[in-house]
Design a protein around this ligand. Structure first.
Ligand code: NAP
Length: 228
């Protein structure tokens, strides 16, 4: 499929790289192609500049958000969550209309340092805001509860562990579920939490993520739901 991955950070790269390896046609979206390729410093998470990553995935194209959005039959939102609505505005409503939008973003506020707080919580979520802003876009929240490397390679965590999906459109959730299976997620690991409102829970898990990472000294872990 033709897939647009909005976001040049470690999540966008991990998802775009995996999708390309799987045989999909992938364009990564960014604010300004020239500026992104001209960067020479690591990002705030110490990831190498995009220009160093791109030659390792030559089939993945880089384009401005709007061009990427026009290209993709499926859109992945892997932009900085606090600014995702800005990124989606640049992508353009017409380019989002009717499409499945896999929202991986976390609405983190890092302005007061670590650990971050959330820019939206409790009574609303980023995914709901995206869905309200683009009512004809079929938003599915998924994959935001784990490190980028785990999203596309669940086998790096031993044993059974889970990934969640939430959204209003059953067919859109099925489309995302098919991608999750392609990434290596076993059927029984994929938990459908229901409508887009469930995004509140998986986004607020962000606070727990940072507490766990402080305790464990790593982000390389995931949630395993154990039931009686
Ligand atoms: P990130 O640094 O959070 O986001 C990078 C992307 O955000 C870039 O494409 C950047 O655009 C865009 N961006 C930044 N400021 C912007 C603005 N003012 N307007 C429009 N776009 C803007 O990258 P990340 O670490 O890969 O995370 C991506 C998303 O996934 C985030 O929401 C994050 O919370 C979530 N998440 C991350 C992880 C992880 O393992 N890192 C795990 C779970 C969820 P340019 O390309 O133009 O610079």
């Amino acid at each position: 499929m033709k897939i647009a991955v909005l976001g040049t950070g470690m999540v966008g790269r991990a998802i775009a790289g995996k999708l390309s390896t799987l045989g999909h046609n992938v364009v990564i979206g960014t604010r300004d192609v020239e500026q992104t390729l001209a960067r020479t410093e690591p990002d705030w998470l110490d990831n190498a500049p995009f220009a160093q990553w791109q030659p390792t995935h030559p089939a993945v194209q880089l384009a401005a958000f709007a061009n990427a959005g026009a290209y993709g039959e499926i859109i992945v939102n892997a932009t900085q969550g606090a600014l995702s609505l800005t990124a989606l505005e640049a992508t353009g409503a017409a380019n989002l209309s009717g499409k499945v939008l896999l929202d991986v973003a976390m609405p983190l506020d890092l302005s007061q340092g670590m650990p971050p707080t959330l820019t939206v919580a409790n009574t609303d979520s980023l995914a709901e805001r995206i869905q309200r802003t683009y009512p004809s876009t079929r938003v599915v929240k998924s994959l935001n509860t784990m490190l980028a490397d785990i999203m596309v390679d669940p086998a790096r965590i031993p044993g059974s562990h889970n990934v969640f999906v939430a959204g209003e459109d059953a067919a859109a959730k099925e489309t995302v579920t098919i991608l999750l299976r392609e990434f290596g997620w076993p059927e029984e690991a994929i938990l459908d939490l229901g409508g887009i409102r469930a995004a509140r829970g998986v986004e607020m898990y962000g606070a727990m993520t940072f507490a766990l990472s402080a305790a464990l000294g790593t982000f390389d872990f995931n949630i395993a739901v154990v039931r009686a």
